[in-house]
Design a protein around this ligand. Structure first.
Ligand SMILES: [Zn+2]
Length: 115
């Protein structure tokens, strides 16, 4: 699942743009439209004014439920911002409902391997 997927579009000035998303990375595309990736699938969601404000204030905002074949039921997906790596998505984990940035997670794993 390490292979990134490119999302291409034309912006308002009709300039060709492209973003490469790894697993669980998210990016604003155009207007309210955002894209995120989960495994090999790209999802598009609308992130309007209030959601953007919530993201800014609380560092997280609910953007919808998604279904995955490996899950027993659809899970709530949140858009979050990592201070180091930028936007990503996740569902709340465990009793404390925590979220993990995929890149931070990779770095922690790499760090543990080096020891
Ligand atoms: Zn991070």
């Amino acid at each position: 699942m390490d292979v990134g997927e490119n999302v291409r579009w034309l912006d308002r000035e009709l300039t060709y743009r492209e973003v490469r998303l790894e697993h669980r990375e998210a990016a604003p595309i155009i207007g309210k439209l955002w894209a995120f990736r989960w495994d090999d699938d790209i999802y598009f969601v609308k992130v309007g004014f209030w959601k953007k404000l919530k993201l800014k204030l609380f560092g997280r905002v609910y953007i919808g439920h998604i279904e995955r074949p490996e899950w027993r039921a659809p899970l709530p997906i949140y858009l979050l911002k990592c201070g180091e790596h930028g936007y990503y998505v996740d569902y709340p984990h465990g009793y404390t409902q925590y979220f993990e940035c995929p890149r931070c997670l990779q770095e922690t794993k790499a760090e543990l391997r080096r020891r």
